[in-house]
Ligand binder design. Structure first.
Ligand code: MCN
Length: 757
């Protein structure tokens, strides 16, 4: 049996090659001067002192790149209300004339060492004329708010809608009960272990740009770079081996990479930039930051007749390439969740603010829908005095395929079966006893559930390509477009190949973004790698077996029809005359290599998560004392990895619910710009964890698999917060927003205490 993951030994023993481990002859070092304010005109920029500093080679500013680099791209393939098109105000690689968020790159200083570049950056004198800033979406859409871009009236780049507007209004009008809930899905900073970095190189011989960087997939980034650099994608190589975490925030191209490539070409020298943790906080894409007002129309029997959501999303100062997509399609692709509702509707306005641009973070929109909906469902169940599990049971979708109001089709699922398994594991009926026992100890206990669904497998590229190349010693190199940055692809992809070809796992090597090849297809994202690229690999391996058949027939001097393939060997049926696929490949170099492409699309994993928390009133500390996650990820290839993915997602959900939040002050300074002020989840926060599987295979891909990489977040955010709110409800508190930090919980409990007194 396979123990651990194939990639772990290399990574844990320091043999992984991360971005800063790449070096090229004659490289120079870059450091970015960033805006120290949220909104201002750049009146003058004087780089003379910086240029005179020892070791400094150049200072590149917005003016230098103006003619050479185009805006970073952003598009939305759908229109909004009344046919509205997305307004993309443009985003330069270095600020031009105006800065719009604290941390925006203003100049790139290049020197013989990173230290000299950093020192020189401090010598640049920028004269700013300050302008008023607006730092949250609610204020930004008020009439008279400062405009982030003159080209975006009212700071709204898109007013989007989906579903059945009239039907949901009519349902609310005729409902026996209408239940409303407004929630805030707080703004968070993704924090991969490896801060952003790049090594930019212009190869004058081939006239190609080479970008060594942390990427979730070379193909998407290459296309985005092509739009900025104004050269065809074939003139760009995006190269990466190890990437220290992605979580969505390593998907898109960033301004820094474009400026570094410009500098590398201009100077004729490679330029290396290694970002700091502070730069992660200031200038990586951030995410969530959505306020949602939800309304549920329910009949006298507790059946949901309709629902409506009105959301306002903060997209920051510039549009990140995928920001609008994630905050529209990414939210509504599971509109209405797992419930059979006659009429569902959502309106989402996308607003600009003077803050860091917003895009994907684990879940990419789906946690917003699941949080808004599952908080509302649980709130409604309590308001209606119906057991939250029973309320859900009355409303589950039971027949498939099921088309949701937003037009997407759920292919398969067993929502009630999933929930029943979770209820049993969580000892649902024993809760009152546990609560009484907790209260005896002077603490509050709350229970929360979510029955989430999410869409996995979406991809922008038309096809996913793979290649398989044999080495002389029977080893097989697998080229695939999805980059592995913690998900264990090296192991699971090898398992798929090994399962078909029967060669040892250790003989299979995965590569995704090398300097010497290019593979077309989608990046890692939307939990699509296994179901989509894994599906292509699985079919590709079968093609490879077929490809070898003719050679095997020749080798064994038999007709192809008489040969069977099993356990890595071609064999004449009913005899012991055989040849292994490895030796055949070694004997015919190149002839058994394979290129194969295909595409598999969206499917809908789902699950039921049940959390119980205890809160200590004296300190406000919350502890998760029991957590059950029962997920339908379809057929599973590697149970250990899937369990790890659910755990990791759960930790990120718990991080957002209990600790993490990005806070800007009114002037647009990021108050939570380091780990001193921004609390990441720590071990020990979630106890009594049970992870269960309830696989309902999908027919939409050859593996019958659904994605799992983001499920833990999508399920845990509402379940955990519902548990917190349930504990507080018991103490007389009706409304509470995340994060449930000890201080905020303590303050809420104190206020309730005072009110009661
Ligand atoms: N898997 C499986 N059986 C299934 C589904 C998945 O065995 N039915 C395995 C896959 O083979 C893969 C892993 O589970 O090894 C996750 O697979 P999948 O759900 O396809 O997700 P991706 O590999 O596409 O990963 C993307 C997803 C996303 S979108 C984010 S964000 C995220 C996440 O995964 N970022 C991560 N998990 C992360 N985990 C780590 N360590 N680091 C990140 O940056």
């Amino acid at each position: 049996m396979l123990k651990g993951r194939l990639e772990d030994d290399r990574m844990l023993t320091g043999r992984g090659k991360y971005v800063s481990d790449w070096n090229l002859p004659n490289q120079a070092y870059g450091v970015f001067l960033r805006s120290d304010r949220a909104h201002a005109d750049i009146v003058a920029l004087d780089a003379a002192a910086a240029l005179a500093h020892p070791g400094v080679i150049a200072v590149i500013t917005g003016d230098d790149i103006r003619a050479a680099l185009k805006s970073l791209p952003c598009a939305l393939p759908v229109k909004g209300r009344g046919g509205m098109e997305l307004i993309h105000p443009g985003r330069p690689a270095l600020a031009q004339g105006r800065v719009r968020f604290t941390g925006e790159p203003v100049a790139l200083v290049i020197a013989e060492s990173a230290a000299a570049a950093a020192d020189a950056a401090e010598l640049i004198n920028v004269e700013y004329r300050d302008r008023p800033a607006v730092v949250n979406a609610g204020d930004a859409v008020h009439p008279g708010a400062p405009l982030v871009h003159d080209s975006v009236p009212g700071n709204v780049v898109m007013d989007y809608e989906s579903g059945d507007d009239a039907g949901s209004k009519a349902a609310l009008a005729k409902a026996a009960r209408t239940i409303e809930l407004e929630v805030d899905i707080s703004r968070v900073v993704g924090n991969p272990m490896e801060p952003r970095a790049c090594l930019a190189h212009w190869d004058a011989k081939t006239e190609q740009y080479h970008l060594y960087t942390c990427t979730q997939g070379a193909g998407i980034m290459r296309n985005q770079l092509s739009a900025v650099l104004g050269v065809p994608p074939e003139k760009i190589r995006v190269i990466a081996e190890e990437v220290g975490g992605g979580f969505g925030v390593r998907f898109n191209v960033y301004p820094e990479y474009c400026a570094a490539l410009f500098a590398a070409k201009k100077l004729g020298r490679p330029v290396k930039w290694t970002g700091t943790r502070s730069e992660v906080f200031l200038a990586d894409e951030q995410a969530r930051g959505v306020r949602s007002r939800g309304a549920l129309a329910v009949d006298a029997q507790g059946k949901i007749l309709g629902m409506r959501f009105d959301m306002l999303a903060d997209l920051g100062a510039y549009l990140a390439p995928t920001g609008p997509f994630i905050n529209t399609i990414g939210i509504i692709n599971c509109l209405g969740g797992v419930y059979d509702v006659p009429a569902t509707y959502a309106r989402i306005r996308l607003a600009l603010t003077h803050t860091a641009p917003m895009a994907a973070y684990r879940g990419a929109g789906r946690p917003i829908m699941s949080y808004a909906l599952e908080r509302l469902i649980e709130h409604a169940a309590h308001a209606l005095r119906i057991d939250p599990a029973e309320f859900r049971r009355r409303n589950f979708i039971r027949t498939f395929p099921y088309k949701i109001a937003a037009g997407f089709e759920y292919d398969s699922g067993d929502f009630e079966g999933v929930m029943n398994k979770a209820l049993a594991a969580a000892d649902w009926n024993g809760f009152a006893k546990r609560r009484a026992e907790t209260e005896k100890r002077g603490r509050l206990r709350g229970r929360g559930m979510s029955t989430y669904i999410e869409a996995t497998g979406a991809g922008f590229a038309p096809q996913d390509q793979i290649e398989m190349h044999w080495g002389a010693g029977g080893e097989l190199t697998l080229l695939a477009p999805t980059h592995n940055h913690g998900q264990g692809h090296e192991t699971t992809y090898a398992q798929l190949v090994c399962g078909v070809l029967g060669i040892p796992l250790e003989k299979i090597r995965l590569r995704t973004a090398g300097p010497d090849f290019y593979i077309a297809g989608n990046a890692t994202g939307g939990s699509r790698s296994l179901l989509a690229v894994g599906g292509v690999i699985y079919l590709g391996a079968q093609e490879l077996v077929k490809k070898g058949l003719a050679l095997a027939a020749e080798e064994l001097e038999a007709a192809q029809a008489d040969i069977e393939f099993a356990a890595g060997e071609y064999r004449i049926k009913g005899t012991d005359r055989r040849v292994s696929i490895q030796s055949l490949a070694a004997k015919h170099p190149g002839e058994m290599d394979l290129a194969y492409a295909n595409k598999f699309g969206s499917c809908f994993p789902n699950g039921c998560h049940i959390a119980e928390v205890e809160i200590t009133p004296e300190t406000g500390e919350a502890e998760v004392v029991s957590y059950v996650a029962c997920d339908d990820a379809g057929n599973i290839i590697n149970h250990q990895i899937v369990e790890g993915q659910v755990q990791g997602g759960l930790a990120q959900g718990a991080g957002q619910v209990f600790n993490e939040v990005a806070v800007y002050d009114d002037a647009g300074q990021l108050l939570t710009g380091s780990f001193m002020d921004y609390a990441m989840p720590r071990p020990g926060g979630v106890n009594g964890l049970k992870i269960l599987e309830h696989p309902v295979p999908t027919k939409l891909n050859p593996l019958g698999a659904k994605g799992v990489g983001e499920a833990g977040v999508t399920g845990s955010m509402p379940a955990l917060m519902n548990a917190v709110v349930d504990a507080l409800r018991h103490a007389g508190i009706e409304h509470f927003e995340m994060p449930a930090t000890p201080r905020r919980l303590w303050e809420a409990l104190q206020a309730a205490h005072r009110k009661a007194a």
